[in-house]
Design a protein around this ligand. Structure first.
Ligand code: MFK
Length: 205
């Protein structure tokens, strides 16, 4: 039997992952500081634009980047959930369960706030869509999200470690069902049922 495809990417020190981590820190600091940085806003904006200009100068043409970033390892590095090279990714730390399930842990700060002190519901959907998708990839049968039904049982706290789980439940032709949860302090706060549809095979493939 083939081993299930890996859904985690290697952690690297000193590369693009460090730059993404620094950018994440900037986002968090801006949201935490709020009006406290109003007096320095001109200087700060100029400095940050300067950093963005340096990075833009080094970036390849978009079409080139769009090709290389979908190589299998790169897609695990740049996605907006556990992609360590993507500053938008919280990032969720993924572990692959021995039983084929996928689990993740993450602690979310103020940039992800919805209700006061709690996680925005759309962020929960993002985490679960991704982890259910990864569980399907691990199971060797994956597809596009066609429907994602979420139940919000209780508010999900910021600043506490959250556990995210996903598992493939069944496969019916091109239709794949997967389920998952997000828990805090051992209590399920959000549960999900997803329908994923494997794209039709292209003619000649
Ligand atoms: C590290 C890498 C990270 C990897 C993990 C990432 C996971 C993230 C996953 C995503 O976020 S994907 C992006 C969000 N999803 C989309 O953009 C999908 C947009 N929709 C589509 O592209 C198409 O609608 C889709 C491929 C889902 C289905 O189109 P098809 O033309 O292949 O479906 P078709 O009409 O042939 O239906 C096939 C079966 O699925 C059913 N179906 C399709 N869409 C449905 C739907 N929306 N709700 C319920 N059932 C649906 C349909 O009824 C039918 O059932 P039966 O076989 O029983 O008749």
């Amino acid at each position: 039997m083939n081993p299930s495809p890996a859904v985690t990417a290697p952690v690297q020190q000193g590369g693009v992952q460090d730059v993404a981590a620094a950018a994440r820190r900037v986002v968090d600091a801006i949201v935490r500081a709020g009006d406290a940085i109003a007096a320095q806003s001109g200087d700060l904006a100029t400095a940050l634009h300067g950093v963005a200009d340096r990075i833009d100068l080094a970036a390849p043409p978009l079409a080139e980047r769009m090709t290389t970033m979908w190589l299998p390892v790169d897609s695990r590095l740049h996605n907006p959930v556990n992609g360590l090279e993507n500053p938008l990714a919280p990032p969720l730390e993924i572990t692959e369960g021995a039983d084929g399930d996928v689990a993740g842990s993450v602690t979310l700060g103020l940039p992800y706030q919805g209700p006061p002190g709690h996680v925005h519901g759309g962020i929960s959907a993002l985490l679960l869509d991704h982890v259910l998708g990864l569980a399907n990839i691990r199971a060797g049968n994956s597809g596009m999200t066609a429907r994602l039904a979420l139940t919000y049982h209780r508010p999900l706290p910021l600043f506490e470690e959250l556990s995210v789980t996903g598992r493939q439940a069944s496969v019916d032709g091109r239709k794949i069902h997967a389920t998952g949860t997000i828990s805090a302090d051992g209590h399920v706060a959000v549960s999900a049922e997803g329908l994923f549809v494997r794209p039709r095979a292209e003619p000649g493939r």
